[in-house]
Ligand binder design. Structure first.
Ligand code: G6P
Length: 668
């Protein structure tokens, strides 16, 4: 996930681009860059780190609010650094990066250019076939400067553009020797007026887009087209702001609405060509599309959260997309197989592994517990889960057939990092599921899979958990297929996993219903969360969400364990949240639910759509769609996240920053 901004107008581009980057910084902040059309050329500056590093490098503060040239101490103050000391530019693009391919570095920072330095691109998304395209382009002599998937787009366009330019330079006779009418140009070069230089850039982009697989939001400028900026969208968001004298393109409207509230949202497969006096939107077949201009009525504070009152709610609602981002490009449905690029280097070693220890903290640890059930049931590998903070204080029995799998959203949790180091000391193969690219844990492990879900800002983890469980399912298929898992089983898991995003959308549609239930129970002082088998970890996660957000005491217990002591606490003021989908332990869960009801306890049940029996027993029911048993924790967690969110919001608490907590715990 990255943030991109583009500007074409009558004003100075740089302040708009930098301000836009600041507002998009939540989308990633490992490096940033800006490319401006200046003095008949395109100049680019990049910096590693947050936007302020970029500002520092280009002397941006001095441009915005000129300071005296001499400070009190008589030292010469920094003036804008070259190349941005040359006055105003009215065309430019900028990018703030959240690394996916290639470590955070200046070379890998966007914008990226082609060999000639004429084409400049900022990109958000992942080009899945970049390796194959890069190889072909390198064979043709293209020189790459970065490890990113993005750079391939610039070279690909350059390649197509140059070929077409050559054709234009050496026109062919209209009739060939045989007197037959020569073939007419093929689409997209058939569309009126495009077989001239003016349409060449857009046509080359279209041709290039047809060769890309994956997701992109792109803004592009070209040295020979000082009045043009082009944008294209497939999978990654892009909006176009239409001011009186300027056009701004950005990943989200937070970078636009301080300048204009008139916005066009691009849809997948759409391309926008913006000239000084014209805006044309068309599809990949160059067919013009009429788009509606929308009036945005948010203020800037809301826009950063995309209109959601809290980042947590925004992140809960992002889950259909974030899970898809975690799965995309990693499944081969027909072969019932999973490919995890990060595991390639250790795939042989993984065949010999006969034991897995999963280690993590907090929410990530709950995802690990779901993984334990998956790996044992479907991959046949003995697995145990250990709190990272406990792992190294035991004498863990580790040999070279043991793999340690660390799960961490931030990749910086000190306990998890320490557990990895301890396992490495004892010769274990170390694996990871990590969200933040280039983080300490990502660098420390032997091999891993990134979540690809973008920054998670709210302290209470939501989209990271569901993605971690989805990746556990991918790892299960990966390891299972190396062992006894059949093609059919692999295929089935993948098929069901691909349906999860749509099913989450269905649950999100019940948000108002869940809010009403939260209203009903928000004044309870205690809560039990109960579940069995795959949903025992779901119960732990639901309880953690409620206590960290609402400060209500909540305990997650295996449903079967409740009768061995905890049931003594049950009365009319001690409600229980039962995770009770129609799975292999359904009947047992129903019995436990009855046990609570017969002692005067109140029950909220998470049940499978159409289950009338649960409705008769529980006081309130939240339905989730049916899925494979091993994937139910992903679906069942979503209403629990919403429930905890609403209780906290209704109590007037700071949902995104609960007291005493931190997003990334870097102390042991
Ligand atoms: C903190 C956060 C939790 C998170 C845990 C592990 O306690 O508040 O939400 O689950 O750390 O973080 P990690 O970044 O390693 O997943």
């Amino acid at each position: 996930m990255c943030g991109i901004v583009g500007y074409l107008g009558k004003n100075s581009a740089l302040p708009v681009l930098i301000d836009g980057l600041r507002r998009l910084e939540y989308r990633g902040y490992d490096s940033a860059g800006v490319a401006l059309y200046l003095e008949n050329d395109i100049q680019c500056v990049k910096a590693v780190g947050k936007i302020k590093e970029l500002e520092e490098k280009i002397g941006y503060y001095e441009i915005k609010s000129p300071q005296p040239l001499f400070t009190k101490e008589g030292n010469y103050k920094k003036s804008p650094q070259p190349p941005f000391n040359k006055g105003g530019s009215c065309l430019g693009i900028a990018h703030t990066r959240w690394a996916t391919h290639g470590e955070p570095s200046e070379d890998n920072a966007h914008p990226h250019s082609d060999c000639s330095g004429k084409i400049w691109i900022a990109h958000n998304g992942i080009i899945e076939n970049h390796k194959a395209l890069k190889e072909k382009l390198e064979e043709k002599g293209h020189k790459f400067k970065s490890q990113t998937d993005t750079e391939v787009i610039a070279h690909l366009i350059e390649d197509i553009y140059n070929n077409e330019l050559e054709k234009l330079k050496s026109p062919q006779p209209l009739f060939n020797k045989e007197g037959n009418n020569r073939k007419s140009p093929q689409p997209p070069f058939t569309k009126g007026g495009n077989n001239n230089r003016e349409g060449l850039l857009t046509d080359s982009l279209i041709k290039a887009l047809k060769m890309l697989k994956g997701a992109y939001g792109i803004v592009l400028i070209h040295k020979d087209y000082p009045d043009k900026i082009i944008a294209a969208k497939m999978g990654s968001p892009l909006a176009i702001g239409l001011g009186d004298t300027e056009t701004i393109i950005a990943s989200d409207i937070s970078a636009i609405i301080t300048h204009t509230k008139q916005v066009i949202y691009l849809d997948d497969g759409e391309i926008a060509e913006i000239d000084k006096n014209d805006l044309r939107i068309f599809n990949i077949d160059n067919v013009k599309i009429e788009k509606e201009i929308e009036e945005v009525n948010w203020d800037i504070g809301e826009a950063e959260k995309k209109g959601f009152p809290y980042f947590m709610l925004k992140e809960i609602f992002e889950q259909p997309e974030s899970i898809m981002n975690s799965i995309r490009g990693r499944v081969m449905e027909r072969e019932g197989k999973v490919k995890l690029g990060g595991f390639d280097s250790v795939s042989k070693k993984l065949r010999d592994i006969n034991r897995i220890i999963i280690t993590a903290c907090g929410t990530a640890m709950h995802a690990g517990l779901v993984g334990e059930y998956m790996l044992e049931e479907y991959a046949g590998i003995p697995t145990e889960v250990e709190y990272a903070s406990e792992f190294r204080y035991r004498q863990p029995i580790i040999n070279k057939e043991t793999a340690l799998l660390a799960i961490s959203q931030s990749g910086e949790t000190a306990d998890t990092l320490a557990a990895i180091r301890e396992a490495k000391e004892k010769n274990a193969l170390t694996l990871g599921i990590v969200n933040v690219v280039g983080s300490s844990i990502a660098r420390e492990i032997d091999a891993g899979a990134y979540n690809h879900i973008g920054p998670e800002i709210s302290v209470a983890s939501t989209k990271a958990f569901t993605s971690q469980v989805a990746i556990m399912a991918l790892i299960t298929v990966y390891l299972g297929r190396q062992r006894q898992m059949s093609l059919v089983v692999g295929e089935r898991i993948i098929k069901e996993l691909l349906l999860i995003p749509e099913k989450i959308k269905n649950i999100l549609g019940r948000n108002d219903e869940i809010k009403k239930i939260a209203q009903k129970y928000m004044n309870a002082d205690n809560f039990f969360y109960l579940g069995r088998k795959y949903n025992n970890p779901t119960a732990l996660e639901g309880a953690l969400k409620l206590k960290e957000l609402s400060y209500i005491h909540a305990e997650g217990i295996p449903s079967g364990e409740m009768k061995h002591g905890s049931i003594a606490l049950i009365d009319g003021n001690f409600p229980s949240m039962f995770i009770c989908p129609k799975d292999s332990v359904y009947e047992k869960n129903i019995s436990n639910m009855e046990e609570i009801k017969s002692r005067g306890g109140r029950v909220i049940a998470i049940a499978t759509e159409g289950d009338e029996r649960v409705k008769e027993i529980a006081d309130d029911v939240i339905y989730i769609p049916k899925t494979l048993e091993m994937l139910t924790p992903i679906l069942a967690t979503v209403p629990l996240q919403l429930f905890a969110y609403h209780v906290s919001a209704l109590k007037g608490l700071d949902v995104d920053k609960p007291r005493n907590l931190a997003k990334s715990v870097t102390v042991e």
